[in-house]
Design a binder for this molecule. Structure first.
Ligand code: FMN
Length: 210
């Protein structure tokens, strides 16, 4: 009887230690679940959105993350304008169509990729590193948005379409960038209506040099 009680005790100790080992392992894998890395690796450019704009309190967080990006000499060589008024966005698309008579009208209509909230970023033309500042600002916005389930798309083509013709001048003026600034990058935001696959990346472009 005494022997079996001791054996039972030893078994209990073994089971308890096995259980705590499992808990330790689970805790370790939790630590490896890094939210920043997960956000970076799961982000995709979104080109289909639900129609409603991103709530402004959420945009405020995204914009705050944007302006907290690293930037040359802390010059903050960007200016940011947010448009979530569908009528204004439609008018801009119409102006792009009018300004590009040979463009397929569907292309002009889709130039913001259906994003209901558009962010227009201008750069300080007098600072040679301002495109990088604007890019880092955009990336902070894109990643913080995705961490909240908000999709995004960086867009270069509307920069050209909005600045290479007279029809769009009133809209660039309406954005009201300061003297010496020019439109540099557009970023669309909204709730995704698609789940695109990851685009492949070329690891060969990366090398350690000893
Ligand atoms: C500077 C820049 C300009 C871009 N311009 C466009 C664009 O005009 N139209 C578009 O559909 N996507 C545009 N993209 C999105 C890229 O096509 C996309 O990031 C790339 O294919 C990689 O896909 P992923 O973002 O899903 O990883 C642009 C991205 C960047 C960074």
């Amino acid at each position: 009887m005494k022997k079996s009680i001791i054996a039972f005790g030893v078994l209990c100790c073994m089971l308890a230690s096995c259980h705590s080992k499992q808990q330790e392992n689970a805790a370790m894998s939790d630590k490896q679940e890094n939210q920043v890395i997960n956000t970076i690796m799961s982000r995709r450019s979104i080109r289909k959105y639900q129609p409603h704009p991103v709530e402004r309190d959420k945009m405020d967080i995204i914009l705050q993350c944007g302006i907290n990006a690293p930037n040359g000499q802390n010059k903050q060589s960007w200016e940011v304008r947010v448009v979530d008024n569908p009528e204004l966005l439609d008018a801009m698309k119409e102006a792009i169509a009018k300004g590009h008579p040979t463009m397929n009208p569907e292309m002009a209509k889709g130039c913001f990729r259906g994003a209901p909230t558009m962010v227009f970023i201008a750069r300080d033309k007098s600072y040679d590193f301002s495109p990088y500042d604007c890019g880092l600002l955009a990336e902070n916005m894109v990643l913080s948005a995705w961490s909240m389930g908000i999709g995004s798309i960086c867009l270069g083509s509307p920069v050209r379409f909005l600045t290479d013709n007279a029809e769009c001048i009133p809209y660039i003026e309406k954005l009201g960038f300061s003297e010496g600034y020019e439109l540099c990058l557009c970023v669309g935001f909204g709730y995704p209506d698609e789940t695109p696959a990851a685009k492949p990346r070329d690891w060969n472009k990366v090398k350690y040099i000893d």
